[in-house]
Design a protein around this ligand. Structure first.
Ligand SMILES: O=P(O)(O)OC[C@H]1O[C@](O)(CO)[C@@H](O)[C@@H]1O
Length: 549
């Protein structure tokens, strides 16, 4: 296969980009009333209007041709089939098996993983029931009322954000609290609110070696014992989710309290596994299953829909278009729904930890841009803040606007205002406002000519800023599952086109090693010369500030 940038499809896209950069989207809309009707796609309850993009039909065709030529369909099938596509860790990538309701087996190394997957789902269901019904009691006989879920990265973001997004589905039986950061403020504050007799700690760590999670769990264990619990009571109050059962039992978690996961589930793809236990505890098992069902529906769509209708493929190639042909450095996520406010942080880990890479699968240096910076926050708040830069700053920041068409328990006026802001922002980004219009607005204001022109320049909005508008009827578990799976597959398609491994994360490892060395330095166990002068000075300052007075 030719390298990406030497491929005929890439060359075609480069030529098309030169032409498109001379065009303005507002003229395309003015000249073609069918543009919106022709540039949309819908599946699994999710509708995407992608007409406000700087693409023509020729561009879209060339982008889809690129995806085909790069073998997206073949790579996709390899992933679903359990091939070892994570080629730096020698692992299959099978988060899709966790939501596989097809009844078909999924083989890894000649073994069907589905019986274990289904057995774990049953264990989650049974455990959720025992907590909600009050059958599982704390050591003094109280029913469990609070869950403290400890984990970080993929062992935290998914459960935290999904339960937040599905707030209307939360069950009264228990309240779930999340702790991720090793910053002691968080765990201290959370535990201060808890009664140890009715609290269950769910410790989630795929590797069971993550510093933050281990330390927070130790702190929770100390707290439990200091409050009056005994070592033998821990089994009723601590459960773990991990693929490292040995380390979890050595840590003191009873084997029957360990929910398994597997090395073929990547951390940032793990909410569908037992890492989702806090979701089930918070929302009930049926709603957790609803999430999985939505994701499964998106998997089926991704496998079967033609490129032109395939939501993940469409989003992926549009992202490639801006990243590689327009120099877009970032992509902004704008959920217009308060409960979905965590989505940018979720997609940030998913995308940046997957595609923030600089070598190909074969280990060769990549000479083109790969994963963008993902950022954003809920609308309308951002409109009074960073939207300024999206509208009038230099460069292109493609945006995803997301909006549920219906929301629970809300006054219609609020929702209409929310929707109108969402649509209005996408419209403003697309059409902008010309200098002539701004200049005309300033007539009869008593300004001299120079001042009138100067002000008109400031008010001019270039427009031609791309966005997708993503709508769904309401944010129920099924739709949220489909939405998250859509972004997972978007990231996958981009990784294939960029020829990189989306499923490892070597870039985060050095920081962990050095962090541990610095800790040894702070605790006085390392020779001073281990560190560069800057790091040593910082350590010294920290030690001085914390020295016994
Ligand atoms: O579940 P674990 O093994 O504690 O890892 C937590 C997170 O840490 C990372 O490995 C990165 O440091 C993520 O990929 C992962 O989601």
């Amino acid at each position: 296969m030719t390298t990406l940038t030497e491929s005929a499809q890439w060359q075609t896209l480069e030529s098309l980009a030169q032409l498109v950069k001379k065009e303005h989207m507002r003229n395309w809309f003015a000249g073609d009333e069918n543009r919106a009707a022709e540039m949309n796609a819908e599946a699994c309850g999710i509708y995407i209007d992608f007409s406000k993009n700087r693409v023509t039909k020729d561009v879209l065709k060339a982008l889809f041709d690129l995806a085909d030529e790069r073998g997206v369909a073949q790579h996709r099938d390899a992933m679903f089939n359990g091939d070892i596509i994570n080629n730096t860790e020698g692992r299959a990538v099978l988060h899709t098996a966790l939501r596989n309701f097809s009844g078909q087996s999924v083989m890894v190394d000649g073994e069907d993983v589905m019986p274990e997957v289904l057995a774990t789902l049953e264990k989650i269901e049974a455990f959720t029931h025992s907590i909600h019904s009050g059958e599982h009691k704390g050591y003094t006989g109280k029913a469990i009322k609070h869950i403290v879920a400890i984990g970080i990265g993929g062992s935290f973001l998914g459960p935290k954000i999904m339960t937040e997004a599905l707030k209307p589905y939360q069950q009264d039986a228990v309240k779930v609290h999340f702790v991720a950061n090793v910053d002691g403020c968080h765990i201290t504050d959370v535990l201060a609110e808890m009664d140890h007799e009715d609290t269950l700690i769910v410790m989630s760590s795929k590797s069971f070696s993550t510093q933050e999670t281990l330390q927070n769990t130790l702190t929770a264990k100390d707290w439990f014992l200091k409050q009056g619990g005994k070592q033998e009571d821990i089994a009723k109050h601590f459960v773990a989710v991990s693929s490292n059962v040995k380390a979890a039992t050595e840590f003191g978690i009873a084997e029957e309290n360990i929910f398994p996961m597997w090395d073929w589930v990547g951390g940032r793809y793990s909410l569908w596994s037992a890492i989702g236990l806090p979701i089930s505890l918070c929302l009930g098992f049926a709603n957790f299953k609803g999430l999985l069902e939505g994701a499964f529906a998106m998997d089926e769509h991704f496998k079967s829909a033609p490129n032109e209708q395939n939501l993940p493929v469409i989003l992926a190639v549009l992202g490639i278009w801006y990243r590689n042909f327009f120099g877009a450095q970032s992509h902004v996520m704008l959920p217009y729904y308060h409960y979905l406010r965590g989505l940018p942080a979720y997609v940030q880990q998913l995308d940046m930890e997957s595609n923030g890479k600089m070598v190909t699968q074969d280990g060769d240096a990549i000479g083109y841009e790969t994963g963008p910076i993902i950022w954003g926050s809920e609308g309308t708040n951002g409109q009074h803040s960073f939207h300024q830069l999206i509208h009038q700053g230099h460069g292109v920041i493609p945006a995803d606007f997301l909006l549920p068409l219906n929301v629970p328990n809300q006054d219609d006026t609020h929702h209409a205002m929310l929707a109108s802001n969402c649509f209005g922002q996408a419209q403003a980004l697309m059409q902008g406002k010309s200098f002539d219009d701004c200049y005309a607005d300033l007539a009869d204001k008593g300004l001299d000519e120079a001042e009138r022109k100067r002000l008109a320049q400031h008010k001019t909005m270039p427009g031609n800023k791309p966005s997708n508008t993503i709508l769904f009827e309401k944010l129920d578990p099924f739709t949220l599952g489909a939405l998250v799976a859509m972004y997972e597959h978007k990231v996958f398609v981009q990784g294939v086109i960029w020829q990189l491994n989306s499923f490892d994360q070597w870039g985060v490892e050095l920081g962990k090693v050095l962090g541990n060395q610095v800790l040894a330095g702070i605790q006085g166990n390392t020779e001073a010369e281990t560190f560069d002068s800057s790091t040593q000075d910082l350590i010294n300052r920290f030690k001085q500030a914390n020295a016994p007075k």
